[in-house]
Write a protein of this length. Structure first.
Length: 104
């Protein structure tokens, strides 16, 4: 299934450290080939939206998250990338994810 990175996310990924960015794109390539990425690297977020997933990366610069949405029979959309700052997901991030899913 094709990976489509939203233009906003391409700008967000520019802030990610280079070696971590390589890891992120490596995992996205695995997804594109149809590989199932297990926990703890990937976590479904069905409580927010069916088809929404979170990739979880640990790096010396901190914890990073990349959110993607599988639109069946279409593509995998990378919706958001961010450095995690708190344990709980920020309401603003939730609203952003929902808004980007609706726009698909």
């Amino acid at each position: 299934m094709e990976i489509r990175i939203l233009p906003q996310v391409a700008r967000e990924l520019a802030d990610v450290p280079k070696n971590l960015n390589e890891n992120i794109f490596g995992v996205l390539q695995r997804l594109e080939k149809g590989e199932n990425i297990p926990m703890p690297l990937c976590r479904p977020l069905f409580g927010i939206e069916k088809g929404l997933y979170e990739l979880r990366f640990s790096h010396q610069s901190g914890e990073w998250r990349v959110f993607y949405f599988i639109k069946v029979m279409d593509a995998i959309y990378v919706l958001h990338a961010m450095k995690k700052k708190t344990q709980k997901m920020d309401r603003r991030v939730l609203n952003l994810l929902r808004s980007r899913i609706r726009s698909l």
